[in-house]
Design a protein around this ligand. Structure first.
Ligand SMILES: C[S@@+](CC[C@H](N)C(=O)[O-])C[C@H]1O[C@@H](n2cnc3c(N)ncnc32)[C@H](O)[C@@H]1O
Length: 255
């Protein structure tokens, strides 16, 4: 054994050491990766369990992921149902930024999780959810009717409609979007929103979760980006997903 070792040249020894270091580093990275993966998996399992316990406690159901194909409503510009995290509004909209003259709308409200959070946490005059699927709207209605969360805002309206057919009320001041639709549908709805502000000038805050159409908003010159909230450092690397961007609508030039 020692004879074998003695016959190894310095160069060969260096290669053996390098391979050894590679092996150690590789194993460490692998173990780190497994540990990281396990940690992420554990965290997501834990938050899933907490969510379910929370929903059971308050008698609501919002956690499913639902394809629009199931209702014959699939279209390339429409995004399937998947709820934003509970606490999304808490993390983006300070309670003292809302008063009893404010009106909230979630465009593409699904099972109504953000409608519930808005009505529960804030003193809005009115909270509205607009949802394409009648089935999802009906679940949202049951959630609002049966919730054991004490809603501060009693005026909650759930509209079952394609957003393209929906007239944005003149008094809406907070608009929430969780990547509900894209392309021309998104552009048309945002133009309608700007028109409603031009028609009845007021401060409007737009909270956009998973903001895939941010470029369009910027291109209009009417949406001023106020701030961005990232859920975690990892989300920063995931493009728009996991990010919340907040905008206000600026006055028309020359107004
Ligand atoms: C990603 S989910 C967001 C649900 C909810 N806002 C939340 O965050 O909990 C998108 C929702 O937009 C709805 N949607 C898609 N296209 C729509 C349209 N043209 N009109 C109204 N709702 C639409 C989908 O049915 C789905 O429920």
């Amino acid at each position: 054994m020692s004879g074998l070792l003695l016959s190894v040249t310095t160069g060969e020894l260096a290669s053996v050491v390098e391979v050894g270091v590679d092996l150690v580093e590789g194993t460490t990275a692998l173990l780190g990766g497994i540990a990281g993966g396990f940690k992420r998996h554990y965290k997501s399992l834990r938050s899933g369990a907490v969510r379910l316990l929370f929903e059971r406690r308050y008698g609501v159901r919002t956690s499913d992921v639902v394809s629009l194909e199931k209702f014959g409503l699939a279209h390339e510009e429409r995004v399937y149902y998947s709820a934003a995290n509970w606490q999304t509004l808490r993390r983006t909209l300070p309670r003292d930024a809302v008063n009893e003259n404010d009106v909230f709308v979630d465009l593409g409200s699904g099972m109504g999780r953000m409608v519930l959070e808005a009505a529960w946490r804030y003193p809005f005059k009115k909270v509205i959810g607009v949802e394409l699927s009648a089935e999802l709207s009906e679940i949202a209605r049951q959630n609002v009717a049966g919730t054991r969360l004490r809603l501060r805002c009693k005026d909650v309206e759930l509209v079952s409609s394609d957003v393209l057919d929906y007239e944005i009320p003149r008094d809406v001041t907070v608009v929430f979007l969780n990547n509900p639709f894209r392309g021309e549908t998104f552009a048309t709805v945002m133009r309608k929103l700007v028109a409603s502000v031009d028609d009845n000038p007021r401060e409007v805050t737009v909270i956009y979760f998973n903001p895939t159409e941010d470029e369009f908003l910027t291109s209009t010159g009417r949406f001023r980006h106020v701030r961005t909230v990232n859920r975690s450092r990892r989300d920063k690397q995931d493009g728009p997903f996991g990010t919340i961007r907040i905008y206000t609508i600026t006055e028309r030039a020359g107004a």
